[in-house]
Design a protein around this ligand. Structure first.
Ligand SMILES: Cc1cc2nc3c(=O)[nH]c(=O)nc-3n(C[C@H](O)[C@H](O)[C@H](O)COP(=O)(O)O)c2cc1C
Length: 422
């Protein structure tokens, strides 16, 4: 089998109780043919239309029909699938399923997987025209779009009732195309060298203690993974991270601000784009004790000295070596003013601002709500999204800006540097 963007991807197909359930058989077959590992989940109603056996024989995998089922290893099946999924496609999605998803009701295996997963979700509704055009359905669809779900509108055609109208499930090939588009993005980074920093730094106090921060590295890891999937050659400069770095990227470990500076300054001149998502400590102990500091009963004074300002240093590099530069601003208040000042003062091309320390705290979360700022002000108004989807949107924007800079030929930093390494 020739490799496709779906090769090895875990795709969950969720089937609900529509007459169009038979088309989910073709959908599952097409996904398998493109190399995806397909797991099918069915609502109880769906099993009245097509037998689970059909899907099991096609996919060579068990089919989940009961939200209360455990798998052979006594694990909760719908959670296992939700966590493993690279993409979820709900087809056909009944009016009832859309309502349940929008309301967060998880009474069957399909809704439970969709709700528990952070993978992107494609929804292909199928129903009677009256149901589709009903305000309740349209409201539910709008809610799902707000969640970041990709909704493939149904087509006009003959419906189960015998009437002609809107509501027919999109063709399986069109649904597969939408799933593939999740992995091949228009903003291709083919041929570009991308450096991403991620995670927090740990500034040593003594051989066992450090001053650190709560950064998990999840945002930077998602940005690196997404750049990899768009064809970039990616280097991840990794501080302390609570997640594994994505496969297929070059990892340079740099757990202190000094090490991170060395790694970034070394990598920047060869990078086309540098995304500084790491939480680098602003201060470090002036001296790290060679021996473990003992409890003495007295107060302990630790002198902190400023760490190098890595982003600013890259921002000041001469134009022929400075990469297209994106910084992050984690602010507890006055995000817009602080982000704008940082963009200007540090010579950044774009800055991604997020709020920390409030009712929602992006640090460590699987989701994030960010605003991207350019010199002209805020550029985005994105909802709270899984970090991987934030990364996708970021690359759409960064790729666009980078290419624009290149075609404008303003002699600025946006140019392909790949050739220099050969
Ligand atoms: C023959 C037949 C075809 C149906 N087709 C659809 C359909 O295409 N879309 C839909 O929303 N409901 C359809 N329904 C109604 C759903 O099966 C019903 O709302 C069910 O409760 C959906 O359950 P589920 O969403 O849990 O799968 C159909 C019912 C029958 C009897």
């Amino acid at each position: 089998m020739t490799a496709t963007v779906l090769s090895g991807r875990r795709v969950v197909v969720g089937v609900s109780g529509s007459i169009a359930a038979y088309k989910a058989v073709s959908l599952a077959r097409l996904l398998c043919e493109r190399g995806a590992v397909v797991d099918v989940a069915m609502t109880p109603s769906a099993t009245r239309f097509v037998g689970p056996l059909t899907f099991a024989s096609l996919t060579h995998r068990p089919v989940v029909t009961d939200v209360l089922e455990l798998d052979a290893d006594q694990q909760i099946e719908h959670i296992e699938l939700a966590e493993a999924a690279d993409a979820i496609v709900l087809a056909p999605a009944t009016a009832n399923l859309l309502g349940e998803l929008a309301a967060g009701l998880v009474g069957n295996a399909v809704t439970a997987i969709a709700c528990a997963s952070r993978a992107p979700v494609v929804v292909a509704p199928a129903m009677d025209a009256g149901m589709w055009t009903h305000p309740a359905t349209q409201r539910n669809v709008a809610t799902l779009r707000e969640f970041g779900y990709i909704v493939i509108d149904p087509e006009v055609g003959e419906l189960a009732s015998g009437l002609t109208g809107i509501g027919r499930l999109a063709e399986p090939a069109a649904i597969v195309d939408a799933v593939e588009r999740l992995f091949v993005r228009t903003g291709s980074l083919e041929g570009l060298s991308v450096v991403v920093s991620a995670g927090g730094t740990r500034e040593p106090l003594d051989p066992v203690r450090f001053i650190g921060n709560r950064s998990s590295g999840k945002m930077g890891a998602a940005i690196a993974e997404s750049a990899r999937d768009r064809g970039a050659s990616v280097t991840l400069v990794a501080g302390a991270m609570s997640v594994a770095p994505p496969r297929g990227v070059t990892v340079v470990e740099a757990t202190t601000a000094q090490l991170m500076r060395e790694a970034i300054i070394r990598a920047a001149p060869d990078a086309d784009i540098l995304v500084m998502a790491a939480a680098v400590a602003d201060f470090a102990p002036a001296r790290a004790s060679q021996r473990k500091i003992k409890r003495s009963g007295d107060n302990l004074q630790v002198e902190l000295v400023p760490n190098p300002d890595i982003v600013a240093e890259v921002g000041e590099m001469p134009d022929d070596v400075r990469p297209f530069l994106i910084g992050f601003a984690a602010e507890s208040d006055d995000l817009e003013a602080n982000a704008a000042a940082k963009l200007r003062d540090k010579g950044l091309d774009l800055i991604v601002g997020n709020v920390v320390g409030g009712p929602f705290d992006a640090i460590g979360s699987d989701e994030n709500k960010v605003t991207v700022f350019g010199a002209e002000g805020p550029l985005t108004d994105w909802p709270m999204l899984p970090k991987r989807q934030v990364a996708e949107r970021l690359w759409d924007l960064i790729g666009d800006r980078y290419r624009r800079r290149r075609t404008e030929g303003d002699g600025g930093p946006a140019r392909t540097k790949g050739r220099r390494r050969s």
